[in-house]
Design a protein around this ligand. Structure first.
Ligand code: AMP
Length: 374
């Protein structure tokens, strides 16, 4: 029988999971509150909120397995679903990834470096944390932050005093002077098989990912191995199944600090659609279904030349303009264009090339030609 995969969330990640799974004979069902969501083009949408039991029941009926495209699914929903169908990644990982303190504590327990951090629940604790960690530091909400939302850089005591409200549920982190931001995307299958993509170099502005380059330039095999060890520790400690992304800071001394993890396919892995033997979306589906992961004998998914990904965050992209650029592939999510002044992920452009030099030339041309969309 054709396997039916249920996905909590019907955004672009759900859409791209389904687009990768349909050629392998899979069918998809999404639970999502908006019927006109990006994933609607690729499967059945059960319209409902995560706490709507009737909708959840209809969603779970007949599924082969379930997964998430969105990690902030309420714990009660994940628990209920787990009682009815196999759910991957396991519910326990979701709870860790939803709370920056739990996440950083896991890294610490696994002997994985992170920026120094403190939980903060009041203004007094914030001032004590700034004293202990030193300035500048970064104040973040423990839960539900994304794309730089719920984040404040504190450069002086006056910045801390000027915050209108400091309540429970915050984390303060040391502001680290990283050399660059990297991410590692890894997978573990139901069978225990593991696979890794090469390290990816990411550029953020205003807390939003703008660009990824893969394989990241100037990565010695030893750095790749260290990143894989970090990912492997998280995968094995948590009994993980599916694709996992870990965001890392590479420090000037070459050490790696873990910033956060995403228990799902990740924006920094979108280049794999066009630049690797198989995409992170296909890899996730293979992992949750217990199918072979397709890695080589060293556990790596093979890449094709050099790749980059540019997020499209504004405007109304004209496909013929984007596709006139050499080596480009356009992925639009079927979303309405952002309003003036708003930045929202509505698509991305993947650029592939034979080598890093050709990629750099193509990337420069794309940045200029599409400046109004990026
Ligand atoms: P996050 O939501 O934690 O991924 O943070 C968004 C972006 O803010 C990161 O990709 C970094 O560019 C920056 N950032 C976050 N935490 C720190 C930190 N502790 N030190 C320096 N920059 C940070």
């Amino acid at each position: 029988m054709t396997p039916l995969v249920g996905i909590l969330g019907g955004g672009q990640l759900g859409r791209m999971l389904a687009l990768a799974g349909i050629p392998m004979g899979l069918r998809f069902r999404f639970l999502e509150s908006r019927p006109d969501c990006p994933a609607a083009a690729a499967g059945e949408v059960i319209v409902g909120r995560y706490d709507d039991h009737a909708a959840l029941t209809r969603f779970a009926d007949g599924l082969s397995t379930a997964t998430y495209e969105f990690e902030n699914v309420p714990a009660a929903t994940a628990r209920w679903l787990t009682e009815h169908v196999s759910v991957y990644p396991p519910e326990g990982v979701l709870a860790i990834a939803q709370d920056r303190i739990a996440e950083k504590s896991l890294f610490r327990d696994l002997d994985v470096g992170t920026p120094a951090f403190c939980a903060v629940d009041s203004r007094e604790q914030l001032l004590a944390a700034c004293e202990r960690l030193g300035l500048p530091c970064v104040l973040k909400t423990r839960r539900l932050g994304y794309d730089g939302k719920g984040q404040w850089v504190l450069r002086s005591r006056a910045d801390a005093d000027a915050l209108p409200r400091v309540g429970a549920g915050l984390i303060v982190e040391q502001f680290v002077g990283f050399r660059r931001e990297l991410s590692i995307i890894a997978a573990r299958s139901r069978t225990g098989e593991e696979a890794f993509f090469p390290l990816i170099q990411n550029t953020h502005r205003g807390g939003i990912l703008r660009e990824s380059i893969a394989p990241a330039p100037e990565v010695a095999p030893e750095l790749q191995s260290r990143a894989e060890i970090v990912a492997r520790r998280v995968l094995e400690r948590t009994g993980y199944v599916g694709v996992l992304a870990i965001e890392l800071f590479e420090m000037p001394d070459g050490s790696l600090l873990a910033n956060e993890m995403a228990p799902r396919v990740h924006n920094s892995g979108h280049w794999t659609q066009d630049g690797a033997d198989l995409s992170q979306f296909e890899l996730h589906l293979r992992a949750i279904l217990g199918w072979p992961l397709g890695a080589d004998s060293s556990g790596r998914i093979r890449t094709r030349g050099a790749s980059a990904m540019l997020n499209i965050l504004r405007g109304d992209p004209d496909p013929s303009r984007a596709l006139s650029l050499a080596g480009s592939r356009l992925h639009l999510y079927g979303k309405a264009p952002p309003s003036a002044g708003e930045l929202r992920k509505i698509g991305h452009l993947n650029i592939t090339a034979n080598d890093a030099g050709e990629l750099e030339r193509r990337l420069c041309a794309a940045r200029t030609a599409l400046a109004d969309l990026l």
